[in-house]
Design a protein around this ligand. Structure first.
Ligand SMILES: *[C@@H]1O[C@H](CO)[C@@H](O)[C@H](O)[C@H]1NC(C)=O
Ligand SMILES: *[C@@H]1O[C@H](CO)[C@@H](O)[C@H](O)[C@H]1NC(C)=O
Ligand SMILES: *[C@@H]1O[C@H](CO)[C@@H](O)[C@H](O)[C@H]1NC(C)=O
Length: 352
C-alpha cells in the first residue's frame, strides 16, 4: 500500500515539473483576429521569437503593430492590427437600367438589370476583386428594336420622331392616316413594344351608314335613300309644340353607326281649372293661358297658402315630356270662391 502511494506522488511531481518548464519557455501558435494571417507552420515558439502578421488577400491592414513577439511568460505581445476589406469605387449609374448592391467592399456583388424594353449588353453581375477593382465593366442597356411599322392598304404613317434606316426602337410611336374616303378602323396610334413587335396595325376601310330613320313627332333633314359616308351629318326637328331633346345633328361614325338620335318631347297642359299661375315671370289667370299648354322643360309656379301666417307663396313645377305635376300644397278653389272672393286666393293675398 505504502509503495503505491509513493509511486503516485512521484508521478504527480514529474507531471507538474514538465508543465511548469513549458510555460516558462515557449509560446503556442497564436490565435489570430479575423482575416489576419501569419507565415510559418510551427506549433511552439521560443521566447524572443517574432511573427510577422499580414492581412488576407482583399484586406487592408490598419492600426498595428504588424509583428508579435513571444515573451518569457509564454504569451504573445498584443496587437491592435485590423484587416478591413478593400473597397471598390462606387459603380457608375446604368442608364435605362438599375444596379443593385449592398456594399462596395471586397467580394461584394453588383447585379445589373435593364428596364423593360432594354436588353443588357455585357455582364449582368460584377464582383469586387482583391485588388479593389470590379471584375467587369458596367454593361449597357440597349433598347429593343422593331422593324418599320407595317402600312395598311390605302394608309400612311407618320412617325413621332425621324427614323433613319429601317429599325425603330422600343417606345417609338406612329400615327396612322387613311386616304379618303377610307377611314382608320382600329387604334390610329401604334408603338414598338418591349417584345420587338408593333402593336396592332389599324385598317383603312370605307365606312358608310345606312339612311337614318325618322324620330317620333319629328322630321329629318334628308330622306335620300343612299348610304351616308363617315362624317356626314343629318339634322332633326320636331313638329308642333314638341321640343327636341339631345343633339340637333347626328353624325355617321367610324363604326358605321349614327351617333345618338335626339327625341321630341311633348308639351304639357296645366291641370288646374281655376287659379293664377306664374309663367315666364308673369302672373296670369289660367283661363288667359290660351291654349293651356306649356313646353317641355318649361317651369310654371302655382300658389299655395301658408295657413298659419295667412300668406301666399309660389311653388315651381316643371313640364317633363307631357307631364306636369301640380304641387300637393295647391288647393283647387271652388267656383264660388274663385268668382266672388278671388282677392282672398293665395296668389292675391300678401306674399310670404
Ligand atoms: C443578385 O442576384 C442574386 C441572384 O438572383 C441574388 O441572390 C442576390 O441577392 C442579388 N444581390 C443583390 C445585391 O441584389
Ligand atoms: C485586378 O485583378 C484582376 C484579376 O486578378 C486583373 O485582371 C486586373 O488587371 C487587376 N487590376 C489592377 C488595376 O491591378
Ligand atoms: C433593311 O433591312 C434589310 C433586310 O430586311 C437589310 O438588308 C438592309 O440592310 C436594311 N437597311 C436598310 C437601310 O435598308
Amino acid at each position: 500500500m505504502e509503495r503505491i502511494k509513493t509511486l503516485f506522488l512521484l508521478c504527480l511531481v514529474a507531471f507538474t515539473t514538465s508543465v511548469t518548464s513549458r510555460q516558462d519557455n515557449v509560446c503556442f501558435r497564436p490565435q489570430l483576429g479575423d482575416n489576419i494571417e501569419m507565415s510559418g507552420f510551427q506549433r511552439f515558439y521560443s521566447p524572443g521569437e517574432e511573427i510577422a502578421l499580414s492581412c488576407k488577400q482583399g484586406y487592408t491592414p490598419v492600426l498595428g503593430p504588424r509583428t508579435i513577439v513571444c515573451i518569457a511568460s509564454g504569451e504573445w505581445t498584443t496587437t491592435k492590427l485590423l484587416c478591413i476589406p478593400k473597397r471598390c469605387p462606387y459603380p457608375d449609374q446604368l442608364s435605362n437600367g438599375e444596379l443593385d448592391y449592398e456594399d462596395t467592399g471586397y467580394q461584394s456583388k453588383i447585379n445589373y438589370t435593364c428596364n423593360e424594353g432594354y436588353t443588357l449588353i455585357g455582364a449582368d453581375t460584377a464582383e469586387c476583386l482583391a485588388n479593389g477593382t470590379w471584375s467587369t465593366s458596367v454593361p449597357e442597356c440597349k433598347p429593343v428594336t422593331c422593324g418599320l411599322a407595317p402600312i395598311p392598304q390605302f394608309g400612311m404613317i407618320v412617325y413621332d420622331r425621324r427614323i433613319s434606316g429601317n429599325t425603330t426602337e422600343y417606345g417609338d410611336r406612329v400615327t396612322y392616316k387613311c386616304l379618303p374616303p377610307h377611314v382608320v378602323v382600329g387604334d390610329p396610334r401604334a408603338e414598338c413594344t418591349a417584345s420587338g413587335t408593333w402593336t396592332k396595325t389599324p385598317e383603312c376601310q370605307v365606312v358608310t351608314c345606312p339612311l337614318p330613320g325618322n324620330i317620333d313627332r319629328g322630321y329629318v333633314s334628308s330622306n335620300d335613300h343612299r348610304d351616308y359616308d363617315f362624317g356626314e351629318t343629318v339634322k332633326y326637328g320636331c313638329t308642333g309644340d314638341y321640343v327636341l331633346e339631345g343633339n340637333l345633328e347626328i353624325v355617321c361614325q367610324q363604326n358605321g353607326k349614327w351617333s345618338e338620335k335626339p327625341s321630341c318631347k311633348a308639351p304639357c297642359s296645366i291641370a288646374i281649372p281655376r287659379g293664377r299661375i306664374l309663367y315666364k315671370g308673369r302672373k296670369i289667370w289660367i283661363e288667359d293661358l290660351s291654349p293651356n299648354r306649356v313646353l317641355h322643360k318649361d317651369i310654371v309656379s302655382v300658389y299655395c297658402r301658408d295657413k298659419a301666417r295667412n300668406c301666399g307663396y309660389a311653388v315651381p313645377t316643371q313640364c317633363i315630356d307631357g307631364k306636369l305635376k301640380i304641387p300637393d300644397c295647391f288647393e283647387h278653389p271652388s267656383s264660388t270662391e274663385y268668382n266672388l272672393h278671388s282677392s282672398s286666393l293665395p296668389s292675391e293675398i300678401t306674399q310670404c
